[in-house]
Design a protein around this ligand. Sequence first.
Ligand code: SF4
Length: 404
Amino acid sequence: MDSLGLYISIPFCRSKCSYCNFASGVYPVSALPGYINRLCEDLQGARMRAEEQQAVLPRRVDSIYLGGGTPSILPPELLQRLFAEIHRQFRVAPSAEITIECAPGQMEDAFLEGMLACGVNRVSFGVQSFINREGAVTGRLHNREIAIRDVARVLAAGVASVNVDLIAGLPYQTMESWKESLETLISTGANHASIYMLEVDEDSRLGRELMSSGGRYHAAAVPDDEAMADMYLAAIDFLQEQGIEQYEISNFARPGAESRHNLRYWQRQPYLGVGVDAHSMLIGKDARSIRLAIADDLSDYLEAPRDPVVVHLSEVEQMEEEWFLGLRLAKGVSLGALTRQYGGERVSAFRPLLSELLDEKLLEKYAGRLRLTSRGRLISNDVFARFIAETSEQPANTQLISVV
Ligand code: SF4
């Protein structure tokens, strides 16, 4: 693989949404210049660090993704400094997909101009809901009107591709309000949608409240699992009717508008991540995959940077990833391709599990491949865990770093 994806983490937000479990926070804006300096230093040192790990770091970059956090709060001059460093260290392909995550209502004209000057051609908006009450109770700072206006602004400015994120399962959401959000998404002209189901875990305030009790974050108004699953399935049908096809568990696009950067994650193509909580996947000179993870604490990153956690994957771990990342894609996994890459014996070790999953109607055969059924997609994390359990008896050189 002779090209690279670049992920840049900007973990700064203006407020913390109640459902958010990312390593983002409300940090002083005065920390931004120092943070961009650190990112530039990491970009400068990337080749040396790759060499230390015996990893190949392609010079050609064909996708860049600025995620967060809220990268659209960056002052344009800092954005330009960052892109200048990227161009110094790498050769960005003229056709590269360059995405920035933006929060509606937090994208000034100067930022919009600055990002266009940096070559940004894809914007991903964290809308989550077009219903004002649902946005307000989760701490979003925009309303429906602002979200619609900002999608229109970037399309009018000539940005080729726009994604809108929505979450199924927000407090007070109903099937009716969910359909209204989906219809509004279509009316904006966005050509890509990411549909997530609310995650309940200890890393968000709403998640903690759902697991314990309390009324501060409206946990009691969160739809139950069945209603959430119905919303997700309704989104698949509705978006398909509108010509926006599901190509991954959470991602939908008009033909040709699939996120090339995110496809790298699921297809196990190399990417370099820099910044707080950024992950990388590089290919070693011995052709084995290497995963690197940067710690998720901003002050550590700025003041006492630690070496990333590095894991050289065994062949067994690589195969596990082939399954649980490849099955995220609607087209699924080709047994033939896996056999060619890893050999028949390795692939055969999974046959009993594959038979079980086919019998349970969680997997299905399609055009010579295996893919999740719609029921399998609903409980995909449980399905993926079974691929890891399958090989846990086999020798593995170290623990798996979480991916994407
Ligand atoms: S959901 Fe997005 S905008 Fe809200 S706190 Fe998390 S990263 Fe920031």
